[in-house]
Ligand binder design. Sequence first.
Ligand SMILES: [Zn+2]
Length: 79
Amino acid sequence: MLKSKSGPFGEKISYYCKDCAKFVEGQQVSRKYVFRCPICKTKNVAFGTEKSLKNFFHIDDEPGDEPKASHKKEEADKK
Ligand SMILES: [Zn+2]
């Protein structure tokens, strides 16, 4: 598990794999700010505060949020 020491931004840092589309435990690659996903092994991992990541990737994991009011089945009835 990640230790609770402050990260490079002085806040708790989360890692988000764009391939897995979820938060992961980023594994630092060498000494650069590059992180590898432990699941899919790619380096397609963004990092930052959980708040900023959710905002950036439009992640909604809070229940009770407004449902996706996308296209309804209107075309099926239009005949
Ligand atoms: Zn991944």
